[in-house]
Design a protein around this ligand. Sequence first.
Ligand code: EPZ
Length: 429
Amino acid sequence: MDKIRIRGGQTLNGVIRIGGAKNAALPLMAASLLSDEALVLSNVPHLADITTMANLLGQHGVLVSLDGQAGNGGHVGRVMSLTAGKITSTTAPYDLVRRMRASVLVLGPIVAREGVATVSLPGGCAIGTRPVDIHLSGLEALGAEIEVEAGYIRARAPKGLRGARYVFPKVSVGATENLLLAASLAKGETIFENAAREPEITDLCECLIAMGAKIDGVGTATLTVQGVDRLHGAEHSIMPDRIEAGTYAMAAAITGGTVELEGARLDHIEAAAAQLRKTGTTIESRNGGIFVSRANTDLLAVDVATDPYPGFPTDLQAQFLALMTTAKGASVITETIFENRFMHVPELQRMGADVTLQGSVAIVRGVDQLNGAPVMASDLRASASLVLAGLAAEGVTEVRRIYHLDRGYERLEEKLRLVGADIERVEDS
Ligand code: EPZ
């Protein structure tokens, strides 16, 4: 197994190219199940989760090719073509679903198209219990009969799904995506209220509309879908990854550096940018990307509470917390989305961070200097926070279990090396 070794203390300077968004790509790939024609996605990131989704879709009968080359496992090419001419299996088995929770996104489209879908329950994960009850109650509202038995969700709608009014009891990104996919092929009108408004949902809506879906209210919490009988093929370019952009913006800030995030969109990370500005970091749109700089200014402590979009993203909480470990003053970080998303804290403490945890609140008192240490990644964003701390620390930090990082950051060590970091991937002995 590989690990990442960082010799801290280098200031980052230069340009980092931001890739396509993992969390947009996964539901977009699932959208291919809704049509028998090809869905062609460009700006596809090379990530382990994308391969997992391609393998799952392949198992359902979707023909997947990358840059015209058949096969669904390889990390080559940016343009992915997905054709679900025929759904050959309506079952998503445990072995594939357990690897990635987003696999549950095949449930809505398969039951909408085939009238039946059987999907393994995804189970919990490091950051919280993460139930799928909202996905299921929404599908029931659309007329599906749901049974949960022996670890599998079985959804049936032999006469097809029908439109309904559904109010999300809690804002859920995945449930909004699953239900949008399902409602696109339902009979009649569906009105979703309290829907998630993340940019990834807007990206999905735009792709579905290009495939012939009728959706109003895109970008708002009320989405109205007029179901259609069939969807056709389309081409769609995946939005840039706002969490990757936010992570590198914080990498620049923690090292007192200056970077340009090529291809990133500031309007997608406004809440995080607003907090970064309060830390003394400059962050603005420039040359079609984002310019970030904290040259010659102190890093100030700032409070943050996570919230659904347009609030501060939970997927940047760990990285912001790492940033605050070396700020001047104390910062209060409140996690409101997931109940157990502070797994990075004990590891950061091993590097000398002064953090007190009280339930869903972390109090971070800035220290003058972090010290490099061997640390262990627990989940994707926690891993990124350990890398950021390592960039700022004195001495060597080794981050283990980096398969978590590879799920969501493409060639992280290469991108950071290009802007001056002393970072390498080495084999763990
Ligand atoms: C998406 O997860 C992202 N994943 C997560 O990113 C992100 O942290 C999360 O949204 C919140 O922004 C993908 O897009 C693939 P939710 P998702 O449903 O859809 C509760 C990363 O690091 N809930 O919005 O699973 C849930 O437990 C990942 O890239 C229910 O109670 O998140 C949580 O507390 C990690 N019942 C809250 O809602 C349900 O049926 C929000 O979860 C569904 C969710």
